[in-house]
Design a protein around this ligand. Structure first.
Ligand SMILES: [Zn+2]
Length: 66
């Protein structure tokens, strides 16, 4: 018996079998939605990281200068 799992996108229950070629997603549509969300998150992160680095130069003022 094939193990069952939930589609990460729409939470529909599917089976880990050849019936669902896009597993762990229930369909190609859900697979693309999840991929799109992941990519947009990746694109958002670099800006946030750059801002945080600019605001917090750790101990730069306390470092001895020559
Ligand atoms: Zn789905």
């Amino acid at each position: 018996m094939a193990p069952r799992l939930l589609c990460p996108t729409c939470r529909r229950e599917i089976q880990w079998s050849e019936q669902f070629p896009f597993r762990p997603f229930c369909s190609e549509r859900c697979r693309l939605i999840d991929l799109g969300a992941w990519l947009s998150e990746r694109h958002a992160i670099p800006g946030e990281v750059a801002d945080a680095a600019e605001q917090a130069p750790p101990a730069a003022d306390e470092a001895p200068r020559r």
